[in-house]
Design a protein around this ligand. Structure first.
Ligand code: GTP
Ligand code: SPV
Ligand code: MN
Length: 556
């Protein structure tokens, strides 16, 4: 099938130039709508180095398979050569890359997401140590789809999918899977994290990062519009952070990307006004909408959760007439937009600083309807690494698997760590030892719900109340209350003015119930045990401390 014929449509349809200047609708192949983790492989030369967290094939066998699948795959198509940098070209942390692809959507997306241009070829010159990406969609056959990583060769080879995380090889494939392996060898961290600056009423900006699994609120947090007067969030990154130990012993973060590949459904003036503005900014870079519905009369993208009434004349993400009464979604739940970060009204003035920004707090989150409190501060770095290791989330539509089941997802890196996660925990502990001024570590959870499944916390712009407590903590302005699982706010220190929330609800948000934790701890143990002797003893010690607490609680 030729690319032009996907869903019987042109690849890009112009949207209303008045309301979405430089905006285009794109529809993918209907079977190609999310990352496919079961077809994603990390081909370390030693299987143990890939770990239980990765699919693995011996590199030679993987290459042989891909060579067969790729034979003639670009015949009759246009090949795009994309030289790009991850990171600011003047940054010592930046990496030069070249991807080839046979998909125009991928080429345009990479232009929005990365610093792309001929200058990169000049930078590479005759060197061979650039990161290589081979990409072809072949005939979109899901049975011939593979996303393979060769960490030692700095190579990603992807066939059969044009979806973001499978096809924009600078993103998850390079900037997380390959980069995490480079980081292990070179002493830095590649993380699935937001980077933001939080400005307080005195004008002081405190920088934090936050790791959250796919579809758990990173992009929303990155562009948060504060519900508290005097506070402002500045966007540095919404998905990936590269973290280095600076000469000053602090942790420094850069965002290797220059675009955002965000979840469309739920994006509105109410939830993320800065994103709505960015999507309508259409300046130099185009903005792409993939697999959203279309408001036909207005020629605008449409998705569930958008502001205003449902328009009368909508076609769904597969270009079929749609009405709300038919019980299906107009936009695919993982429909996305691709937008330049430079279009964001909340862009940090430090965004293009090659040094990055110094990090005072690291947040680790997930989608947990029960057990995990709104916010907990780790006692110290080691305890924080444990918090990251035990993190998990109820699954969403961002990857193709069963939705709504709890999956452990340490530091939100389970699908993205390019090597054995036991070694990854060790690497985190080692980085902590090199930091003379380590950021504090926090577990956060915007998604705790009541028995009827209603969220207890309003979330979105109101999350600034939690961020305020965190920056008050790191700037030594408030104390905290000790619990067996970490430090939580004295409820008087959590700014709740102007929020209609019951006191009992707030208490529920922080409830630590030993009975619930008993099952949780057993499950954490089960998860961590799979890493065998690669699991650092410090992490097991942290878990044992929790077990001892439970025993005491049971006795009393
Ligand atoms: P990826 O791009 O897949 O990595 O997702 P993400 O982590 O950037 O998540 P995003 O910000 O796009 O949000 C995903 C979903 O979570 C959307 O449906 C949001 O509306 C919802 N969401 C984000 N923040 C909150 C929050 O604070 N509370 C609640 N209840 N939902 C939220
Ligand atoms: C995610 O699934 O975490 C995403 C989308 O951000 S993708 O880049 O496709 O992985
Ligand atoms: Mn996102």
């Amino acid at each position: 099938m030729r690319e032009e014929e996907i869903a019987g449509n042109r690849i890009f349809c112009h949207l209303n130039p008045q309301t979405y200047p430089n905006g285009f609708l794109h529809r993918s192949h209907p079977t190609d709508v999310a990352r496919t983790e079961h077809l994603t492989f990390v081909c370390q030369s030693d299987k143990e180095n890939a770990g239980p967290n990765n699919n693995w094939l011996p590199p030679a066998e993987a290459r042989e398979r891909l060579t067969k699948l790729s034979d003639g795959c670009m015949r009759g198509r246009t090949m795009y050569v994309l030289p790009y940098m991850m990171g600011h070209p003047d940054s010592p942390y930046a990496k030069a890359c070249v991807q080839i692809t046979d998909v125009s959507y991928v080429a345009v997306s990479m232009r929005i997401m990365t610093r792309l241009g001929k200058f990169v070829l000049d930078k590479i010159g005759n060197r061979e140590d650039f990161v290589k990406g081979l990409h072809s969609v072949g005939d979109f056959d899901p049975n011939k789809r593979f996303i393979m990583h060769f960490p030692d060769d700095h190579l990603v080879w992807s066939v059969g999918s044009g979806y973001g995380g499978n096809a924009l090889l600078g993103k998850k494939c390079f900037s997380l899977r390959i980069a995490s392996w480079l980081g292990l060898q070179e002493g830095w961290l590649a993380e699935h994290m937001v980077i933001i600056g939080i400005e307080d009423p005195e004008g002081k900006v405190t920088y934090i990062t936050a790791a959250m699994p796919s579809a758990c609120g990173k992009t929303n947090l990155a562009m948060l519009e504060s519900a508290l007067p005097g506070y402002k969030v500045w966007t540095v990154g919404d998905d990936i952070a590269w973290l280095n130990v600076g000469p000053d012993g602090r942790l420094w973060a850069i965002n290797p990307e220059i675009g955002m590949f965000g979840v469309a459904p739920g994006t509105s003036m109410k939830t993320n006004p800065n994103m709505v503005r960015a999507l309508r900014a259409g300046k130099f870079y185009p903005t792409l909408f993939t697999n959203t519905g279309l408001n036909v009369d207005a020629n605008e993208p449409w998705w569930e959760g958008m502001d205003g009434p449902v328009p009368p004349n909508v076609v769904d993400w597969q270009n079929k007439p749609w009405s709300a009464s038919q019980g299906t979604k107009a936009a695919h739940p993982n429909s996305r937009f691709t937008v330049s970060i430079y279009h964001s009204p909340s862009l940090s003035k430090e965004f293009d600083n090659p040094k990055g920004v110094p990090i005072s707090a690291v947040l680790l989150g997930g989608r947990r309807t029960r057990i995990i409190p709104l916010v907990v501060e780790a006692f110290n770095w080691q305890h924080g690494v444990f918090m990251g290791a035990r993190s998990g989330s109820e699954t969403t539509a961002a990857a193709a698997h069963q939705i709504g089941v709890l999956r452990r997802d340490p530091m939100a890196m389970l699908p993205f760590c390019g090597y054995n996660m036991g070694d990854y925990f060790r690497h985190w502990l080692n980085i902590g030892r090199r930091l003379t001024h380590p950021p504090r570590i926090y577990s956060v959870n915007w998604f705790r719900a009541d028995d009827d499944g209603r969220f207890l916390w309003p979330g979105f712009g109101e999350n600034i109340r939690v961020l305020k407590w965190i920056i008050d903590r790191v700037n030594n302005r408030v104390g905290a209350k000790e619990t067996p699982i970490g430090l939580v706010p004295d409820l008087g220190d959590l700014e709740l003015d102007g929020l209609s929330i019951e006191k009992t609800t707030v208490q529920e948000l922080f409830e630590v119930n030993p009975e619930e934790w008993e099952g949780e701890i057993a499950e954490i143990q089960k998860f961590l045990t799979q890493f065998g002797d690669r699991l650092p003893r410090e992490i097991q010690q942290e878990l044992d401390t929790k077990k001892a607490w439970l025993q005491r609680a049971r006795r009393s």
